[in-house]
Design a protein around this ligand. Structure first.
Ligand SMILES: C[S@@+](CC[C@H](N)C(=O)[O-])C[C@H]1O[C@@H](n2cnc3c(N)ncnc32)[C@H](O)[C@@H]1O
Length: 466
């Protein structure tokens, strides 16, 4: 028996959905090669991908001719792009179509590794604020790393179970639930997913999705949006969940405009509350993976929770920064006017002060793993810059910059020793590749210390000839 066969019960289900003839085309597509795509970071512009075709529904998406070794591309480590299959990038089209408020507070409830969270962050830019949450600790760490690399400073990474959001009903302008699912849409990209599939697993996933939606649907404020997606085709985990949500909460349908050549299938979901819409991506019709997504609008008479003012901010780990310390930071670092600072352990963090009240309110309930931009630590009144700061889109004025070629950049990313010729100033130097920051070195005169984080260093050899 061949490895990773398509399960019989799955074939029957899909035959019933498509009919035998279309099913045969669909099944064939499950064994075809996938197309690799990336989504560019609009705040870290680079020329490298300008000649590649865009993803049809997302101008920041690019379709690659073949899959490169991303580990050996310094631009990948610089956060210039995120590797994301193209169906998932439809979220960008949804945000634009519904004119989701750019100055809103968004929540991505199941955000790791961060594909959709970085897309939401790009959309919000410096106007809005995103809570990117992941319940599983190891996955929350990966999410944090990806948010740091994306570098926008508009995101707070939390590690909480959806149940922990119970005090935040009506708080968010938009909530995304990209739910854990039976993964039928991954049968092409990840054939092992076929072996993990069973009807029992589908049912287990659906019940978990209902539990997650019991929490998530309550978190959206009146007039806000709930976006629900899965990477499965199963109606039990898709259309049935839409029916479940609208039977429990007051939501209105949202219809997203499509171009016929995109080959995205609109699914009409008939409920006791009227007709709702879902969008289905099938591998024989689109270049990306299988996906289902729906958008619902919370009724205007639902609740709205404004963050209550926290008079004297108190938190077990997070401390406010005194006016004197804030002035010292501002004197050494050229940051936007709307800046506020906090200390976590010994590190100083920057946050957009427009979101101070929201952040302080959220910090009462959520387990914070990262937020804003970690700037560094003070030593004798001097700020020792952090790697997180180097990865952020804030300029690093006052620090000299050195742009490396591909060979040197890979040596830097491997934390290998390398020599640099020319007149280098002593002290901290920001290392860049194609003018995008990669991290810090410190020139001590007789040697150079490489401050690329040990846990991020690349172990793969090669790539210098790219
Ligand atoms: C499909 S993935 C999310 C992918 C992510 N949105 C992205 O675009 O990169 C689903 C996530 O839900 C998380 N998860 C698992 N069980 C969960 C639960 N009970 N509640 C919320 N999230 C859960 C998983 O750990 C996983 O990271």
């Amino acid at each position: 028996m061949a490895a990773f066969q398509i399960p019989d019960a799955f074939s029957q289900q899909m035959k019933a959905y498509f009919g035998s003839e279309t099913y045969a085309v669909f099944e064939k597509a499950l064994d075809a090669d996938t197309k690799t795509s990336i989504r560019l970071n609009p705040f870290k512009p680079c020329e490298a991908f300008s000649n590649l075709p865009s993803v049809a529904w997302n101008p920041e998406g690019r379709v690659l001719e073949k899959r490169p070794i991303f580990t050996l591309d310094p631009l990948f480590h610089a956060g210039a792009y995120y590797v994301q299959e193209s169906s998932s990038m439809f979220l960008g089209h949804i945000l634009e179509s519904v004119c989701a408020p750019k100055d809103g507070i968004y929540l991505d409830l199941s955000a790791a590794p961060g594909g959709k969270a970085t897309l939401l962050g790009s959309y919000l830019g410096d106007e809005g604020f995103l809570v990117a949450n992941e319940v599983i600790k190891a996955r929350a760490n990966i999410l944090k790393e990806n948010i740091i690399k994306w570098g926008l400073g508009n995101t707070m990474v939390t590690q909480n179970d959806p149940e922990h959001f119970g005090e935040l009903h009506g708080f968010f302008d938009l909530v995304l639930v990209d739910a854990p699912c039976s993964g039928e849409g991954m049968f092409r990209k990840d054939p092992e997913a076929r072996d993990e599939w069973s009807l029992d697993h589908v049912q287990l996933c659906a019940l978990r999705q209902e539990r997650i939606m019991d929490q998530a649907a309550a978190l959206v404020k009146a007039g806000g949006y709930l976006v629900y997606s899965t990477c499965t085709f199963n109606e039990r985990e898709n259309e049935e969940i839409v029916k479940y949500v609208v039977s429990e909460f007051a939501y209105e349908p949202v219809r997203i405009p499509l171009l016929p050549e995109w080959n995205i299938i609109e699914s009409k979901v008939e409920t006791d509350e009227g007709q709702f819409f879902g969008y289905r991506f099938f591998p024989h019709l689109v270049p990306g993976e299988g996906l289902f997504v729906t958008v619902l609008k919370r009724s205007e008479d639902a609740e709205v929770l404004e963050p209550r003012r926290v008079k004297d901010f108190k938190h077990p780990f997070l401390k406010s920064v005194s006016n004197a310390e804030a002035a010292l930071i501002q004197s050494q670092v050229d940051l936007p006017e709307n800046s506020i600072f906090y200390k976590l352990q010994e590190s100083v963090f920057w946050l957009n002060s427009n979101f101070r009240q929201h952040f302080e309110f959220l910090s009462r309930y959520l387990n914070i793993k990262y937020f804003g931009v970690e700037l560094g630590q003070f030593s004798k009144s001097q700020l020792i810059p952090s790697h997180e700061w180097a990865m952020s889109i804030f300029p690093e004025p006052g620090f000299p910059t050195l742009d490396l070629d591909i060979k040197q950049a890979l040596q830097f990313l491997r934390r290998e020793e390398f020599s640099l010729t020319g007149d280098l100033p002593e002290g901290w130097i920001l290392i860049t590749y194609a003018n995008l920051p990669l991290g810090w070195i410190k020139n001590l005169g007789n040697r150079i210390n490489n401050y690329y984080p040990k846990e991020w260093r690349i172990r793969m050899q090669g790539g210098e000839d790219a």
